[in-house]
Design a protein around this ligand. Structure first.
Ligand SMILES: NC(=O)c1ccc[n+]([C@@H]2O[C@H](COP(=O)([O-])OP(=O)(O)OC[C@H]3O[C@@H](n4cnc5c(N)ncnc54)[C@H](O)[C@@H]3O)[C@@H](O)[C@H]2O)c1
Length: 420
């Protein structure tokens, strides 16, 4: 019996973990990407995704069943193809060009009985209205009927040691019952639990609900933090107390804004679709985006006010920023509010040194020196600004030693610590 051949288009944060897990599950896997540098790196056993160690990648390569490639011809005779290419915003509008390019390039390799699954985050209707015609034109085949088409949102949470691809339930869908069955069978080889839904539209909306929920709730506590500060109430303690309610409450914490390539972007796919189809504004999404977007400026103003209260101007001050990544325990600096805060502080004349153990130093903003977290560094700074609270750093020492700490994550304690 021939082994099932899987093609994963896009070998990024989503596609690479899927490809490696599928190799481990016994499939033949082609990892397709248009980025030649990335493919060369993967072929030589170097992973750029924290959740995939070099040794795990090396083991996948050593099976002889993982082929990283830039050549679409290697997709020939595939059984299942998963598309996980970027879906960014361009000037506030969904940019589906990567999905279009992948669908167009894959079309000629679609054959009767095969299955194509879109995983990229997108607005409801994309699989049916945009991807299906491209695959049908390229292949001369029809779906449903000749080949199977479905959508399954990715829930990967970079850096999360508890919830990994394998043990996170996977929502699955297909254009018809046969497609759903094929998509479901495929993922059951890789994940512990699947959650079938009736249509790709429902699955597409599921992902957008999840991230809109987070974005809106983070905006709520951010606005609460701003007002509580002015009212002189400890918002962190109030949220902690509210979180003891065993039902009907879910705890979110304030911070310097949301970043990365999902949280600030995905809800806009939904509001854009509502505007386009219904001519209406999705007010919750727009308000949440505004509030979260304003947080880096708010943090900058608070740092400036904190220094001022200590007789120090921001211009010329030495600041030690802790954490530049958009997310704890990752090195991902894409659209990071911490980078935004840092650039604002620099533009106002501060000298910045930063503690960022995860990020590639080449991607750190210009003019920022990356240093280790030591007592000397903390003592030398006019202010320590905790922006992204990576684990494994000595926040007690920071609270004890620093002249002034502005802590946007509630990690430090001490008389000179001021929290967001
Ligand atoms: N990273 C996450 O945490 C996460 C979580 C859930 C969903 N998503 C969604 O998954 C999708 C992919 O995200 P990602 O973080 O993996 O992106 P990424 O940028 O890390 O990787 C995407 C890869 O696709 C490649 N690519 C682009 N066009 C291509 C084409 N035509 N053919 C082949 N390869 C192509 C790029 O070179 C890149 O290597 C997005 O829609 C994103 O919103 C991401």
């Amino acid at each position: 019996m021939t082994r099932e051949k899987l093609v994963v288009i896009g070998q990024g944060y989503v596609g690479l973990p899927l490809a490696v897990s599928a190799v481990e599950a016994g499939l033949d896997v082609v990892g397709l990407d248009v980025d030649t540098g990335r493919i060369r790196q993967l072929g030589s056993g170097h992973s750029f995704v924290e959740d995939i160690t070099d040794s795990r990648l090396a083991a996948a390569l050593a099976t002889g069943r993982y082929l990283p490639t830039v050549n679409y011809a290697d997709a020939k005779d595939f059984d299942v193809c998963v598309i996980s290419v970027p879906t960014p915003l361009r000037d506030g509008v969904p940019d589906l060009s990567y999905v279009e390019q992948a669908g167009t390039a894959l079309g000629p390799y679609v054959r009767p009985g095969c299955t194509v699954i879109l995983e990229s985050t997108t607005y409801p209707g994309t699989t049916e209205e945009l991807l299906r015609p491209l695959l049908e034109q390229g292949s001369g085949l029809r779906s449903p009927g000749d080949f199977h088409l479905g959508y399954s949102p990715e829930r990967i949470d970079p850096g999360n040691q508890t919830w990994r691809l394998e043990n996170t339930p996977k929502v699955v869908s297909g254009l018809d019952a046969a497609a759903l069955a094929r998509v479901d069978t495929f993922y059951r080889r890789i994940v512990d639990r699947t959650v079938p839904v009736d249509s790709p539209r429902v699955a597409e909306l599921t992902k957008l609900i999840e991230n809109t929920f987070r974005q809106v709730n983070i905006a709520l506590v951010n606005e609460l933090a701003v007002f509580s500060h002015e009212l002189g109430i400890d918002v962190w303690q109030a949220i902690g107390a509210a979180a003891t309610k065993p039902f009907g409450f879910m705890s979110f914490t304030p911070g310097p804004g949301t970043g990365g390539h999902c949280l600030p972007i995905d809800p806009c796919y939904l509001s854009w679709q509502v505007k386009r189809r219904l001519g209406r504004q999705f007010r919750f999404i727009e308000l949440a985006g505004d509030i979260n977007h304003s947080m880096p400026e708010y943090v900058t103003q608070r740092v400036m006010a904190g220094l001022n209260a200590r007789g120090r101007a921001l211009r010329g001050a030495s600041l030690l920023v802790i954490g530049l990544a958009y997310k704890r325990n990752t090195g991902d600096l894409r659209d990071s509010p911490a980078v935004d805060v840092t650039n604002r502080l620099r533009a106002l004349g501060a000298r910045i040194r930063a503690v960022e153990p995860y990020a590639d130093p080449r991607h750190v903003p210009a003019g920022v020196t990356v240093v280790e977290l030591t007592e000397e560094e903390v003592r030398a700074a006019d202010a320590v600004v905790v922006v992204t609270d990576h684990d494994g750093l000595d926040y007690d020492m920071v609270g004890r030693t620093a002249r002034y700490v502005f802590d946007s994550r509630d990690r430090c304690a001490g008389p000179d610590v001021e929290r967001l």
